[in-house]
Design a protein around this ligand. Structure first.
Ligand code: THU
Length: 138
């Protein structure tokens, strides 16, 4: 279980990642940081496209960065949305993708410039079917 200090550090990493956001259309920067089971932090930002539907969210970017480096298990996630005061949680598509590589008990923290929300992956995606059938060794 990630400690409060680890979550604070992870959130700081997510905030830094938001500075790399490519968001000329929405002007809404998002940064995400994932703590790998190996202790490594993987971060990502949203990357928009003029063909709007091709936009990649920060959370999926971070997950793919980790998987591309050989990490298939993340124990905590932090999301920073500095352009909002309200906390903004991950979109439905990202919840599904993240659940492939995160247990229901994994800690999730998200926030904008105001207060942060602390939940678990299970809170974000309850009754997650087929979770245990993931092919972690393939
Ligand atoms: N966005 C994310 O990166 N993550 C989310 O969970 C919500 C939305 C991005 C997509 C788009 O670039 C911008 O935020 C506005 O929707």
């Amino acid at each position: 279980m990630a400690s409060k200090e680890q979550m604070d550090a992870l959130f700081a990493e997510a905030r830094r990642a938001a500075d790399f956001a490519y968001a000329p259309y929405s002007k809404f920067r998002v940064g995400a940081a994932l703590l790998g089971a190996d202790g490594t932090v993987y971060s990502g930002c949203n990357v928009e496209n003029r063909s709007f539907g091709l936009t990649v969210c920060a959370e999926r970017n971070a997950a793919l960065q980790g998987v591309a480096k050989g990490c298939r298990s993340f124990t905590a996630l932090a999301i920073s949305t500095p352009d909002s005061e309200e906390p903004v949680g991950p979109c439905g598509a990202c919840r599904q993708v993240l659940s492939e590589f995160m247990e229901a008990a994994a800690a999730v923290c998200f926030g904008g410039s105001g207060p942060r929300v602390n939940v678990t992956m299970g809170d974000l995606l309850p009754y997650d079917s087929l979770h245990d059938l993931s092919t972690k060794n393939n």
